[in-house]
Design a protein around this ligand. Structure first.
Ligand code: AHG
Ligand code: MN
Ligand code: MN
Length: 290
């Protein structure tokens, strides 16, 4: 099932083709590079390698005016201005989400967002977002204006397995990041309510945890912490794309006050608290947080 916008289709097809290679290329790249990413986190060898592979290929697509990545301080100018030129977009990528799971051989993924604006941009300017999940099998979840679909990936091709993916009405799972002593009191009180109602699913890669929420219903959050009120996750590369996907699937996203997609970014690597899942659970969270 292809996407109607030819530039978005080219981005999605390029990432689909690269997914098989990235999965294969993780072997032998499980160590750490001696570099830090712009968020000050030690990079895995695979972070750097996957970013270079995706940058080369995505920058080459007609209609991709900019490439931004969690692993690069600055946006790459690919020869077009998403602000002024029609059918010219900015692609933001988290090349490997949950790369600390590589050492322990747990699930991880690649996140991408296609913004009809120059980076850093508000999530409301997204026209497509998706992620590849390197789990027991490789799948892709893709959201566009028309809805959310899921694909199984093999041999560089994608085969649709779910055309209208929507959050189940009855929530089942939850997962909250950060250390409990570092949670603000109001968030901890909320978490204590939720843990009595739902089953814990937290695996250290946001998109693997979010995929559980999309499959079973529930909530994923990485809250603002007492030690770091802005939280851990990056708005451009993690919060916005996942917020777009979950909202298109009938759920909500929030930084604790409002939809992630409404947030006005200052910097490319801004962090934000991230909460996504069933609307009723997100509404309750916003009511709980002071
Ligand atoms: P990344 O590997 O791209 O930096 O992302 C890791 C993020 C996210 O995937 C996950 O939810 C979170 O970090 C886990 O953080 P903790 O290790 O603090 O639980
Ligand atoms: Mn990530
Ligand atoms: Mn990453």
């Amino acid at each position: 099932m292809t996407v109607s916008d030819p530039v978005v289709e080219a981005v999605v097809a390029t990432i689909s083709r690269s997914a098989t290679e990235i999965r294969q290329g993780l072997i032998g790249r499980r160590g750490t590079a001696d570099e830090e990413n712009p968020s000050g986190e030690t990079q895995a060898e695979a972070d750097v390698w996957a970013d270079e592979l995706l940058a080369d290929r995505l920058a080459d697509i007609d209609g991709v005016g900019e490439y931004g990545s969690e692993e690069r301080a600055d946006v790459i100018d690919c020869g077009g201005d998403p602000e002024t030129e029609p059918d010219t977009y900015a692609v933001a990528v988290d090349p490997l989400d949950g790369s600390s799971n590589l050492k322990s051989n747990n699930a991880m993924g690649t996140i991408f967002g296609v913004y009809d604006a120059a980076l850093p941009a508000r999530g409301e300017t997204l026209i497509a977002a998706g992620y590849v999940l390197y789990g027991p099998i490789t799948t892709m979840v893709l959201a566009t204006e028309t809805g959310v679909s899921e694909y199984e990936m093999s041999g560089g091709e994608r085969r649709v397995v779910e055309r209208d993916l929507t959050l189940p009405d009855d929530p089942v799972v939850y997962g909250f990041g950060g250390r409990v002593p570092d949670w603000p009191d109001d968030f901890e009180a909320y978490a204590r309510e939720i843990e009595r109602e739902l089953k814990l699913r937290y695996g250290g890669a946001m998109i693997a945890d979010v995929n559980q929420v999309l499959t079973y219903g529930g909530i994923f959050g990485y809250p603002g912490l007492a030690s770091r009120p802005e939280g851990k996750l990056r708005l451009q590369f993690e919060g916005n794309p996942i917020g777009y996907i979950v909202e298109r699937a009938g759920g909500r996203s929030s930084d604790g006050k409002e939809s992630l997609l409404a947030l006005e970014p200052d910097e490319l690597h801004d962090r934000t608290p991230v909460h996504v899942g069933n609307a009723e659970l997100i509404d309750r969270l916003e009511d709980r947080l002071d």
